[in-house]
Design a binder for this molecule. Structure first.
Ligand code: SF4
Length: 168
């Protein structure tokens, strides 16, 4: 699952990890140039590091499972990333209007189509902070991609952890 700057800071504080230790929990996913970003990633910026222009995400194991999944439970549930809180929905904001749809990975959601109907208000409660944090991360990524001459993954995480925008 992709992460924003706020997600990275929360993860670091929750687990007590330094920037270099955070790199063991994160990965950098580069999409082939011919691929369009899947629904749900189109609003998430890629950032430049030694890995190329990549999406920062929670690391996956060889089994394709999230590194924080244990016995079908999320070990970081209290501070899980915004995309995890949103799943299976994805949110998009343009000109002050929020729209939502279903993730390209919706098939893996066991709750889809079951249980009580999700009300608009609940979606708004979830989408508002997620979209706000995404907007801050987009602003940061734009600055980072323009300014850094020889960007590294480590300096990216160090910069995010020291950026006050991600602690509010
Ligand atoms: S909810 Fe937790 S275990 Fe599931 S993908 Fe997100 S971080 Fe990983």
């Amino acid at each position: 699952m992709t992460v924003t700057g706020h997600d990275i800071v929360r993860l670091s504080l929750f687990l007590g990890l330094s920037a270099s230790e955070m790199l063991r929990a994160l990965d950098f996913y580069v999409l082939p140039e011919t691929d369009d970003a899947p629904i749900g990633m189109r609003d998430i910026p890629a950032v430049h590091t030694e890995h190329g222009a990549a999406y920062v995400a929670i690391r996956k194991l060889e089994t394709n499972e999230c590194v924080f999944l244990s016995d079908d439970l999320c070990m970081i549930h209290q501070i899980r990333p915004g995309v995890c809180k949103s799943f299976p929905f994805v949110f998009h904001e343009k000109d002050g209007t929020t729209t939502w749809g279903l993730s390209a990975m919706k098939e893996i959601c066991p709750g889809l189509g079951t249980g009580p109907e999700i009300m608009t208000g609940e979606l708004e409660d979830t989408s508002t902070p997620v979209l706000r944090e995404l907007a801050v991360y987009r602003e940061f990524a734009s600055e980072w991609n323009e300014k850094e001459a020889n960007p590294t993954a480590l300096s990216l995480i160090e910069t995010i952890l020291s950026d006050n925008r991600f602690t509010t």
